[in-house]
Design a protein around this ligand. Structure first.
Ligand code: SF4
Length: 345
């Protein structure tokens, strides 16, 4: 920021005036500034951690329809919550939402940052968002949008988390903390976007060091990404796409979810060895290969070869289970096989 501390009041005023004119109308922004509905803000922040606003909006409306209140969420069995969470990303977040809903129903809705932070799965970002947007507490949020906006305003190529938090705290207007946070979120999402910032429409362009450099999109410098690990695994479909043997997975490969029985292909072993191990464990016989599906996650790319088989444990109704996207793809192989058999009959 050109001129540093002395310009802060002007930057804040310009940002808030822009927000008052252009702030987004979002379904979780229910209630007055600084007094938003805490349940909606909390759910939206958890959902939006992994998804774009447009898609997050659809998931949010679906989730709120299923669980309109924190009481409704707490009263619902976890399996039904996981089912409703399908497509929304890491299931640990749904488990934590459900556990936290139980805590809230017993002890009341938190009214401070510390109260929110004490709930299962609520990290500093979500706690700061709910505390400022719903409780009016002066807590600055710090996420990827905030990092980008502040790095550009200040012309910082390598902003550390502590540096961003300190700048965000400085910029926060103690009289309007919720609006200030929402304004930075909106600016980062709609104007100061990652690849092509719309500096001509930016309310704080007069103070922006990155714009002054002539290369605003070069701030901050790209983060060096960790290498993506390739994981190979085999799965057995015992049954069909509607009724099949499902098990709760343990370990790192989609752990915690229900899915087709799988076995990771470890080290330099052949795929058939992993398949034989899986069939022996289940007491099943392999009858043929259905195909291979892949699924990319942040640090892993899973390649799953799916086989059909007979025997094994009792089948479960697939429709009622919360499955990972990878399992939906695997089950689609069965439908594709049936369709092709039918076509050739
Ligand atoms: S002037 Fe451009 S780079 Fe600077 S904050 Fe605004 S949109 Fe971002």
């Amino acid at each position: 920021m050109k001129g540093a501390a002395s310009t802060l009041p002007a930057v804040r005023a310009a940002l808030l005036a822009w927000f008052d004119r252009e702030g987004r109308d979002l379904p979780w922004r229910v209630g007055p500034e600084g007094g938003r509905d805490p349940y909606r803000v909390w759910v939206s922040e958890v959902l939006l951690q992994q998804t774009q606003v447009a898609r997050g909006r659809v998931y949010f409306e679906r989730f709120l329809e299923a669980f309109p209140t924190v009481q409704a969420l707490a009263d619902t069995p976890i399996e039904a919550v996981l089912k409703a969470w399908e497509g929304c990303g890491y299931y640990a977040r749904a488990r934590n939402l459900h556990r936290a809903a139980g805590v809230i129903v017993r002890g009341g809705m938190p009214t401070t940052y510390d109260g929110w932070r004490a709930l299962p799965g609520v990290g500093p970002y979500t706690a700061a968002a709910v505390a400022s947007l719903a409780c009016g507490e002066a807590r600055a949020v710090n996420d990827g949008n905030v990092r980008r906006v502040l790095a550009r305003l200040c012309g910082e190529r390598q902003p550390s988390a502590a540096w961003v938090q300190a700048r965000a705290d400085d910029l926060l207007d103690p009289a309007r903390p919720g609006a200030c946070n929402e304004a930075v979120m909106d600016l980062g999402a709609t104007v100061c976007t990652p690849k092509a910032p719309k500096c001509g429409a930016c309310p704080v362009s007069a103070w922006c060091a990155a714009l002054g450099s002539g290369e605003p999109a070069a701030f901050p410098a790209p983060k060096v990404r960790a290498a993506v690990r390739e994981v190979r695994a085999v799965a057995l479909l015992l049954g069909d796409a509607r009724e099949a043997v499902l098990e709760r997975r343990e370990g790192t490969l989609l752990g915690g979810l229900m899915g087709l029985p799988t076995e990771e292909v470890v080290g330099g072993e052949a795929e058939r060895d992993a398949l034989a191990r899986l069939a022996t464990r289940l007491g099943a016989a392999v009858t043929g290969e259905l195909g291979t599906v892949t699924h990319g996650m942040t640090h892993r790319r899973v390649s799953l070869t799916v086989y059909a088989g007979t025997g094994g444990p009792p089948r479960t109704w697939v429709e009622g289970a919360a499955l990972a996207r990878l399992d939906h793809k695997a089950l689609a192989l069965w439908d594709a096989r049936q369709a092709s058999l039918f076509a050739h009959a």
